[in-house]
Design a protein around this ligand. Structure first.
Ligand code: NAD
Length: 331
């Protein structure tokens, strides 16, 4: 099949080109995001391949339908950016890569925790200027702390296994409890109790209408003073305004985020020569106890290989009229 690949970065192209060598499919790569202005680039293709910030709403879906696109192959796990009802109405199938490397994201979440709890982001800059003073670098142990995990799906479970290795007490909230986790010693509690008892809270649930702004002024008030908050899931799980307030009054001890509510117009771009227009991210950058990464938790060699492999398998299954194991549908 001829596939139009949107939001393409060099690393996407490299891993797909490697996977395409003995494949029946061909990819047309476009650096631009998929939206109403760029959708016409899909002309002449039968499927599109898109990523987390390609918002495919009813209007884009209609255009895709008019262009004869019958398949949207997401090269990511989350699908909150797709209007699935519109996809069904236009007869367009949507497939995703459900679990390319849960460990990649879970390890990144832990990298944020380790950096912030031991202040290695500050130490890195200091020693480069021959400043070997330890003043202000006192950290906290992770061993023995209570870690709260919201969402124990593939990534949440990988995260729990790491936390277990660190000797943490793990409490979790999920709408579906997992037996393997229980056997490992994870205690499932109501959300409010997880928030109240945790030293570190890590978010691993999807963004849905129920989880939108899960972390807000009310839920923050339930947390321990000095709580650490980590989000590698989706930006809008957190109400940024409320978190900034809690950082200012020291309710939140540190914040590590790989995703941001308004990331769409910021992340995946080099804006180093521009004036930052987003006041909230600009404010977040001023805190010494905040670490922001630009949606890179998935970005490992192993994950990219798995993403291209599964995406091509999804496209082949569609072309052959086989059952789509990784299809996502409107609920
Ligand atoms: P998954 O589907 O395996 O797990 C999600 C879990 O969340 C499930 O156990 C589900 O029951 C639970 N859940 C659903 N609604 C909930 C609610 N209201 N409260 C609590 N738990 C709820 O997904 P996954 O592969 O573990 O990925 C989790 C999220 O991570 C994805 O939705 C995606 O947004 C994000 N993600 C981020 C990156 C990144 O690079 N930063 C990469 C991949 C995925």
């Amino acid at each position: 099949m001829k596939v139009a690949c949107f939001s393409t970065k060099s690393y996407d192209r490299q891993s797909f080109d490697r996977a395409l060598t003995d494949s029946r499919h061909s990819f047309g790569y476009f650096e631009v995001k998929l939206d109403l202005h760029t959708v016409s680039l899909a002309e002449g293709h039968q499927a599109i391949c898109s990523f987390v910030n390609d918002h495919i709403d009813e209007a884009v879906m209609k255009k895709l339908d008019n262009l004869g696109i019958k398949l949207i192959a997401l090269r990511c796990a989350g699908y909150n950016q797709i209007d699935l009802k519109a996809a069904a109405a236009h007869g367009i199938k949507v497939v995703r890569v459900p679990a390319y490397s849960p460990e990649a994201v879970a390890e990144h979440a832990f990298a944020l925790i380790l950096t912030l709890s031991r202040k290695t982001h500050k130490a890195y800059n200091r020693v480069r200027e021959n400043n070997f003073s330890l003043e202000g670098l006192t950290g906290v142990n992770i061993h023995g702390k209570t870690i709260g995990v919201i969402g124990t799906g593939a990534i949440g479970r990988a995260f729990c296994r790491i936390a277990n290795g660190f000797g943490c007490k793990i409490v979790a909230y999920d709408v579906i409890e997992n037996e393997e986790m229980k056997q490992m010693g994870v205690t499932y509690l109501p959300l409010a109790e997880v928030l109240a008892s945790s030293h570190i809270i890590s978010l691993h649930c999807p963004l849905t209408p129920e989880t939108h702004h899960l972390i807000n002024a009310k839920s923050i008030a339930l947390m321990r003073d000095g709580v650490a908050l980590i989000n590698t899931s989706r930006g809008a799980l957190i109400e940024t305004k409320a978190v900034i307030k809690a950082l200012k009054n020291k309710k939140i001890g540190y914040l590590g985020i790989d995703v941001y509510e308004q990331e769409e117009n910021i992340f995946f771009k080099n804006l180093s020569e521009e004036i930052m227009q987003d006041e909230q991210i600009a404010r977040l950058m001023t805190f010494p106890n905040v670490l922001v990464t630009g949606h890179q938790a998935f970005l490992t060699k192993e994950a990219l290989e798995q993403i291209s492999k599964t995406t091509l398998e999804n496209i082949t299954a569609f072309e052959k009229g086989e059952e789509l194991a990784n299809e996502v549908k409107a609920s």
